[in-house]
Each structure stands twice: as C-alpha cells, then as structure tokens.
Write a protein that binds this ligand. Structure first.
Ligand SMILES: C=C(O[C@@H]1C=C(C(=O)O)C=C[C@H]1O)C(=O)O
Length: 248
C-alpha cells in the first residue's frame, strides 16, 4: 500500500505527538514522516509533497481542498509561552516589526492584533537580514517555537500572542492543526488519532527523555501551556482568525 506522507513540526511542542507515533508500530508502517519548520510544513502540503501536515492554520487559505483530520492540535488557552513579540519598547512605540520566517500563523496573528486590538501600523519586515537582533530601540520581532525558550527576561517588553488574542476575543487559539489536502481513509485517521492520544497520555514517560532547558519549564509548557485539544471553541477561534486574516 502507498505510504501516507506526513510533515510534522520540528519543535518541542510536537514531541508528545512524535512519541505516540514512534510507539505505534501499526502507524509507523504506513507513513513517511518528515520534521520541518511550520512554514515548510505548510509549503509541503500546498505543493502536495505530503498528504497530511501539522500546519499553521493561517496557511489553509492557500489550499484549495483542506480538512482537519484530528481532534488534536497545537493550541493554547491563554498564554502559550512560546509565541512572542520581543521588544525593547512598548508595542505602541514599535516602528518596525520583523516577522518570523518560520511562522505563518503567528505572523498573521501579530498583524491581526496590530490592526484590530492595538490599532497600530508599524512597518512589517519579512526575511529581515538582521532578524531577531532587535538592535534598534524601536525594532521588535515576532518569534515562535524553541528559539524563544528562556528569552523572556532578555527584553523590556514581551507580548505573548496567545494571551493577547485571549484578551482581545475571549477565545483560545489554534496555531497549527493536523490538516490533509485530500481525502484520507477513515481507518487510517482513527489509528493516527489513537497514536497522537497515546503520545499525550505518555507525557510523563517523555519527560524522562527530555533534557532540561535553562530558564524554561518544559514540563509546564507541555502540560499546561500548549493545549493539544482541537475543541469546538478552538475551531471557532480558527474561523474567526481566518476571517480577520481575509480582512487584512
Ligand atoms: C505555539 C507554537 O505554535 C506554532 C506556531 C506556528 C506559526 O506561527 O505558524 C505554527 C506551528 C506551531 O509550532 C510555537 O511554535 O511556539
């Protein structure tokens, strides 16, 4: 049988899912798995290089046929602790905002919040040469994933974008979902979801294998900050987020 090609996010937030997949021999036999930065997961699904991706939800706007194939996701209810605008000045004084080349959802989330919540219009820079340096007092940057770990005390102003979204809308947020670009057999989807659930249920086992990270509580992150359930409320938040992106 032809293998199902899957691209998953290469960050710590996806490790519970990978643990479950790696401990599910029935699934391992049926898939070809690659690990990529979120922007690359999205591009692979858009280019039909994979059949399923854990892709930034903002990227579905570039896929003609897409469907969520899992009740699990990378989300947050309130602060997520790995998606930030790092800044040396208050958000109102930011003149230039560098976007994260690895992100699709959070870059758009920053744009949505700037326009509708903060009502600000800084210059936005994609692929800045000095990305992430914030060397200028009025330049800030969006950053996601493991590169943000332990950095919270390095900047005078730190905005957690899932927390800002919750304050703006009262809703949780879905950053990335397991999305297919074509119909996938039901029995595979059922087994795949069992594997993802196994990983979530095995987080205490996984923690024994993870090394400690300076100034960052990885257990708190994977138990309490990342929220893995693609609930009805998160799907509602996703639709609202897509509406805001369409209006940018
Ligand atoms: C919470 C996170 O969610 C992520 C953010 C994404 C984005 O901004 O496009 C995509 C996938 C997720 O890994 C994170 O990476 O820190």
């Amino acid at each position: 049988m032809k293998k199902i090609r899957i691209s998953a996010v290469s960050y710590t937030n996806t490790k519970p899912f990978l643990y479950g997949i790696q401990h599910s021999p029935n699934i391992l036999n049926k898939i070809e798995l690659s690990l990529d930065a979120p922007a690359d997961c999205a591009q692979k699904l858009i280019d039909d290089v994979v059949d399923i991706g854990l892709i930034p939800v903002a990227a579905v706007l570039n896929i003609p046929h897409w469907e969520l194939v899992s009740d699990y996701c990378i989300g947050a209810v309130g602060a997520v602790n790995s998606v930030f605008i790092f800044s040396n000045c208050k958000i109102a004084d930011v003149k230039t905002l560098q976007l994260d080349p690895q992100s699709r959802s959070s870059n758009n989330l920053a744009k949505v919040l700037l326009k509708n919540y903060w009502e600000l219009t800084p210059q936005l820079i994609t692929n800045a040469d000095d990305y992430g340096k914030a060397s200028d007092a009025n330049t800030a940057f969006v950053q996601i994933g493991d590169r943000t770990f332990g950095k919270k005390n390095d900047y005078a102003f730190v905005y957690d974008l899932a927390e800002e979204w919750a304050e703006f809308t009262g809703l949780p947020f879905m950053f990335a979902g397991w999305i297919a670009n074509k119909p996938i057999p039901e029995d595979f989807i059922a087994e795949f979801n069992q594997a993802l659930k196994l990983g979530l249920d095995s987080r205490q086992q996984l923690f024994k294998e993870l090394s400690a990270i300076d100034n960052f509580d990885v257990q708190d992150y994977l138990m309490n900050k990342i929220d893995f359930n693609a609930t009805a409320e998160k799907k509602e938040a996703m639709q609202l987020f897509l509406d805001y992106i369409r209006m940018l």
